[in-house]
Design a protein around this ligand. Structure first.
Ligand code: ADP
Ligand code: MG
Length: 741
């Protein structure tokens, strides 16, 4: 391991890590932590560096003829159809810009159903006469690419021999430069479809769902006197992640293969002291964060908040919100940047939802709202929400969406990894509910009986010390346990997993909102019954009726209490709310007719495309569990058993003149664990042997049989970890990984 790590991380050569015991290893890792960075970075000039590596409005204004620039901006800001005849001009300007930054290649950058990103790089050079070359990026190169589509998950949409796929430029997300110290390439955000035109990616349905939302929101807004040309969703993501020293990472096959620890005894100190959350950020981690943020600024990503999270070794970064398409692209770049930069600091960034059992996992709060191109946040209640009937209409539409489509929200966060987190007293349960806060709950209560006539207001809070300012108090408290909480002017969907693309969660939010607005607008039209909606009293009466009717049905989705409590789970069951505990249970419901119809009706995914996604996600579930099962099996057999047996051997060497009962008892204890481990491993082996079913049956078998068999193996391994001497134990422990930086 030492040789391997030294090979990939130049700066680890400074310390010889010929560790015979883990204690030496701690010292070495802690020493290494002192050399914060191989090359200190220049602090960024915030205002001038922002977006320097993007071909966004600033660069376009400088380089494009005015008319072309205007047409690009109309596409960007108003979603106007883009005049492709100017593609050559845009491509030429983009190429010049990229070359000036040292780019040699360009790549269509897309988001296949792996959940990550992909790109095929092409050089900008083209052969010319007399053995020379010229650089070139044509309009065609910019607009369309042709990657092989058969090597990405397609859920049966493409057979291995049906390879052709297309990428198509998305002009609404700015191209950017990916740089390292040896060079640079131009990445062009694109959508990805098969030769038959079927969607194979995460971007296309997102763009379509934004269009559906736009159409239905503008239809509703006609009654509220708004002059919006475009309506879109806005998204701000809070990314949680772990950092561990790479030395430990490379000694853990489970982290390398699966991104999470499959064995590991609970350390004496975990997060129980609550001393990490918002704590002082360690020097090495802060240096890493500064480097990450600088990179994000250059990429035009408005990184805003950073802090230590609840678990030791856990952190968070959150950018300022953007339109949901750019936010989703940027979210991918944030994850990529975290991973890449970590390595420069001798660290590894773990994005897995549950890297360490018994310690909080990582999520990604998806803050979501709906905004107009004129900058109006439609979920902003203003000072008197009861009187803001537009807000009440849109807010009610969100509540209706969550009520009607609890299953889709659960499906949108389904993965083998996220199942460890949801409902584990650190993240919301698998039951979807909406938290509104005192003020809104009160308004909806009033509406049940008549028109709402008042809004509870936030008051002022005196801190009891003259010298300290009086603070404004919000009209509602926060509820950390809610999966879907109103937080003042947006909803926060908290069940999203830390490693996943935020695309599909936002597709679901957008398309279900489109449906709610569609149906509520139709109901509003019926309630108006031809009366003049510009008469305020008439409109208010009609909106109140629609809101009240919707809430009569949807009210059961509202919950203000503790979502972690067992009493809530019982209450939710009484209310008839769904509790889709595992991702397999959730994915099974994905193709219920109502869901197929919803996606089809708003042209987001055809039935075939929708079913394909279910297939892909079930297969991913199966494959992820299989990789974990094989990994824990081999760790148990080739690392843990041998270590335990070596200890037994040590205990067998007689110590002359010393009473031996204690040694014999210890030996028997260890041998007992070894025998149990052996049995558990054999059982796991037979559990793993199941492949014959369809995607659903295979996944279900993993959830019901393989996961419990893995847990049994783990239990034996963790028991051994507690008794086998540290110098024989072959794996870094939780204490090492979480506390030695
Ligand atoms: P928390 O208090 O939940 O930790 P943070 O302040 O860390 O919240 O993050 C809140 C996130 O919500 C930020 O990304 C912020 O930009 C985002 N946000 C704020 N307003 C909106 C909005 N209108 N639409 C979407 N996201 C928003
Ligand atoms: Mg949050």
């Amino acid at each position: 391991m030492t040789i391997f790590a030294a090979f990939i991380t130049p700066h680890s050569q400074d310390q010889p890590l010929m560790s015979t015991s883990l204690l030496d290893h701690h010292v070495a890792a802690a020493t290494k932590a002192r050399s914060i960075s191989p090359t200190p970075i220049e602090p960024p000039d915030l205002e001038s560096c922002f977006g320097e590596r993007t071909f966004g409005p600033v660069e376009m204004r400088k380089r494009l003829p005015k008319q072309v620039f205007n047409s690009m901006m109309a596409a960007l800001e108003k979603g106007a159809a883009w005049d492709s005849s100017v593609a050559d001009i845009v491509a030429q300007a983009m190429k010049e810009w990229a070359l000036e930054h040292g780019a040699t290649h360009f790549a269509h950058w897309f988001q296949p159903l792996t959940g990550g990103t992909a790109a095929k790089h092409d050089s900008l050079l083209n052969p010319a006469d007399a053995g020379k070359v010229v650089t070139k990026l044509s309009g065609g190169d910019l607009m369309q690419g042709e990657p092989d589509a058969s090597s990405f998950p397609s859920g049966g949409l493409r057979a291995t021999h049906e390879a052709r796929g297309y990428t198509a430029w998305d002009p609404t997300s700015p191209p950017f430069l990916v740089k390292n110290r040896n060079g640079c390439f131009l990445a062009i955000p694109t959508a990805f479809v098969s030769w038959t035109g079927e969607v194979l990616d995460h971007k296309t349905p997102l763009l379509r769902s934004i269009d559906a939302l736009d159409q239905e929101a503008r239809r509703a807004l006609r009654y509220f006197g708004t002059d919006a040309v475009r309506v879109f969703s806005t998204v701000g993501t809070e990314q949680e992640y772990f950092l561990i020293d790479e030395e430990f990472y490379f000694r853990r096959p489970d982290l390398i293969n699966c991104g999470r620890t499959l064995v590991g005894a609970k350390p004496p100190k975990g997060q129980q002291l609550d001393d990490h959350y918002f704590g002082d950020i360690e020097e090495r981690m802060l240096a890493f964060m500064l480097a990450v943020e600088k990179e994000l600024y250059l990429l035009g990503i408005p990184a805003k908040t950073r802090h230590n999270e609840v678990a030791p070794g856990q952190y968070e970064v959150a950018p300022v919100f953007e339109d949901s398409n750019r936010a989703t692209d940027h979210q991918q770049l944030i994850m990529r940047t975290l991973k890449r930069k970590a390595r420069e600091y001798g660290l590894v960034c773990l994005l897995h939802e549950k890297p360490f059992a018994g310690i909080n996992g990582s999520g990604k709060h998806n803050n979501w709202s709906v905004s107009t191109d004129t900058g109006v946040n439609l979920l902003d209640p203003g000072p008197t929400p009861h009187a803001n009937i537009r807000f009440m209409f849109f807010c009610t539409a969100v509540i209706r969406s969550v009520f009607k489509h609890q299953d889709l929200l659960r499906i949108a966060v389904a993965s083998a990894a996220n199942d460890h987190r949801l409902g584990a007293n650190e993240a919301p349960p698998a039951i979807m509910s909406v938290f509104l806060g005192e003020q809104l709950v009160d308004i909806y209560k009033q509406l049940e009986h008549g028109p709402a006539s008042s809004s509870k207001r936030g008051s002022k809070m005196f801190l009891g010390v003259t010298g300290l300012p009086t603070l404004p108090k919000h009209a509602g408290d926060r509820n950390r346990t809610s999966p879907f909480a109103f937080t003042g002017n947006k909803f926060e969907f908290r069940a999203v997993g830390s490693s996943q693309s935020v695309s599909f969660p936002n597709v679901v939010l957008n398309v279900t909102m489109a449906e709610s607005l569609d149906e509520m607008t139709t109901a509003l039209e019926a309630a108006l019954n031809g009366r003049d909606h510009t008469d305020e009293a008439v409109l208010e009466e009609a909106v109140t009726k629609v809101v009240r009717d919707v809430m009569k049905e949807a009210r059961s989705i509202l919950f203000e209490g503790d979502n972690y409590a067992e009493t809530w789970h019982k209450e939710a069951e009484k209310r008839g709310l769904l509790n889709l505990r595992t991702s397999v249970e959730a994915l099974e419901k994905m193709t219920d007719q109502k869901n197929i119809d919803l996606f089809d009706r708003y042209d987001v995914l055809s039935e075939r495309e929708f079913r394909a996604r279910q297939e892909v996600w079930l297969e991913q579930y199966e494959m992820n569990i299989d990789i974990e099962a094989e990994t824990i099996d081999s760790m148990a057999r080739t690392l843990i058993m041998p270590a335990a047996c070596a200890y037994v051997k040590e205990l067998t060497i007689p110590v002359s003149g010393f009473p031996t009962e204690g040694i014999t008892d210890t030996k028997n204890e260890v041998m007992g664990h070894i025998n149990m481990l052996r049995e558990a491993v054999v059982k796991l082996g037979s559990a793993m042997d199941f492949h014959g079913g369809d995607a659903l049956a295979n996944a279900r078998h993993r959830a019901d049989v393989v996961i419990p068999a893995m847990a049994a193996v783990r239990e034996c391994c963790d028991a051994l970890e507690k008794v086998v001497p540290a110098n024989l134990w072959p794996l870094p422990t939780y204490r090492d990984m979480l506390f030695v930086h």
